[in-house]
Design a protein around this ligand. Structure first.
Ligand code: SF4
Length: 376
């Protein structure tokens, strides 16, 4: 089981909170698609597994023309062994959900949309510098529902200027759209973003921890009422609609990422492409030239395993830890876990996981169990 990720590094506007790799200058799109297609062909022998998931992310993949998307997908199908049951996800912004796009995407085999709604509160959307209004999002998602039933909506919570009541109202409207999946992220102040500068000038825009916690509680309770399963720190799905692509990342399955800034992982190697559109396009596609490669040692592999185990409802498994890392490390893990706050961790036979409240502390707990050189 393996996945492919395609990074489309263009956006119409820069959202104030975003530090992903993208450019608002779109005139190199055609060359970029050619370079991505070349990379897809160049890497074709790296994976022996069947491709179970394909994910178009970015940036904004919905800025590509249908012909460009078809070109990329055809190249993948010609060069990789793609499963008949492939989950093919595509990130789109609400303003790109027009009939011609939707019918083309569906015809090409895309079967899951991930839509960046973020909020349905107009002053907040404007403040974020989003390209759409709440009304456009509502209207266009209703159109998209005629083509796709399996869709995710992205939501941001913990915004200081959005009252709890307005957050609840916005979330309720989002749920009326009947998504199968919700990805909900706390607003964070990332370095080198417009938001970082804004918060320096307006420190009151930084919400206190209790504000985040309150909106997270509203979110978790409302989604539970709508029968969503909280299967990862930031992800909720109706039964059977968890993202296979992201789940495979957390399970340590192999994947290749194409495009600038895209990451890849085939155990024990991880590599990432240069995060610069012009350099990516100009360079001949060779791993050495466009990528930085790192080989994970056992200690790093264990730390990654634990980091993912602490983020997901599946959690980790002691038998698996013994198989992957040996008995000594399994015993070390047990000792460490038993010293954590017991109300935040659930043991079920050989399985363990953090509770939903424990996820709030997942980074801290991960650091506590991480192996340093001496523990191996
Ligand atoms: S949030 Fe999405 S649409 Fe906004 S700048 Fe980032 S990648 Fe682009």
């Amino acid at each position: 089981m393996a996945g492919l990720y395609i990074h489309i590094p263009y956006c119409k506007k820069a959202c104030n909170y975003c530090n992903f790799h993208f450019s608002t200058i779109q005139d190199s799109k055609a060359e970029m698609v050619d370079a991505i297609v070349n990379e897809i062909i160049f890497q074709k022998n790296l994976l022996t597994e069947e491709i179970e998931t394909i994910y178009f992310g970015g940036g904004t993949p919905s800025l590509l023309s249908p012909a460009q998307i078809e070109y990329i997908l055809n190249t993948i199908h010609k060069n990789y062994q793609v499963s008949n049951r492939v989950e093919c996800s595509f990130e789109a912004n609400p303003d790109d959900l027009i009939k011609d796009n939707l019918s083309a995407w569906k015809e090409f085999g895309i079967n899951r949309l991930s839509i960046g709604v973020q909020s349905l509160n107009n002053p907040i959307l404007q403040w974020m510098n989003r390209t759409h209004t709440a009304q456009e999002a509502l209207q266009n998602i209703e159109i998209a529902k005629h083509y796709f039933t399996n869709f995710n909506l992205d939501v941001i919570y913990g915004i200081a200027q959005l009252s709890h009541q307005d957050f609840e109202f916005s979330l309720n409207q989002i749920l009326q759209l009947e998504p199968a999946h919700i990805s909900a992220y706390a607003l964070t102040i990332e370095p080198k973003t417009v938001l970082e500068k804004q918060v320096k000038q307006n420190p009151q825009w930084l919400a206190p921890d209790e504000w985040y916690l309150k909106q997270r509680t509203i979110l978790i309770e409302m989604l539970a009422q709508y029968h969503f399963e909280h299967y990862e720190v930031s992800n909720f799905s109706l039964p059977g609609f968890a993202s296979k692509h992201n789940t495979n990342y957390w399970l340590g399955k192999p994947y290749i990422g194409f495009g600038p800034a895209a990451h890849s992982f085939i155990n024990p190697k991880r590599w990432w492409n240069i995060a610069n559109n012009n350099s990516y396009i100009k360079h001949e596609v060779t791993l050495q030239k466009i990528s930085t490669v790192e080989e994970l040692n056992i200690q790093q592999q264990y730390n990654e395993y634990m980091m993912f185990a602490f983020r997901t409802a599946t959690g980790g498994n002691f038998i698996e830890i013994e198989k992957l890392f040996g008995e000594q490390i399994k015993n070390y893990t047990k000792d460490k876990l038993w010293s954590l706050n017991r109300s935040h961790i659930i043991f079920n036979g050989e399985q363990f996981r953090l509770t939903s409240e424990g996820w709030l502390w997942s980074d801290k707990y991960a650091v506590e169990v991480f192996l340093s050189g001496s523990a191996c």
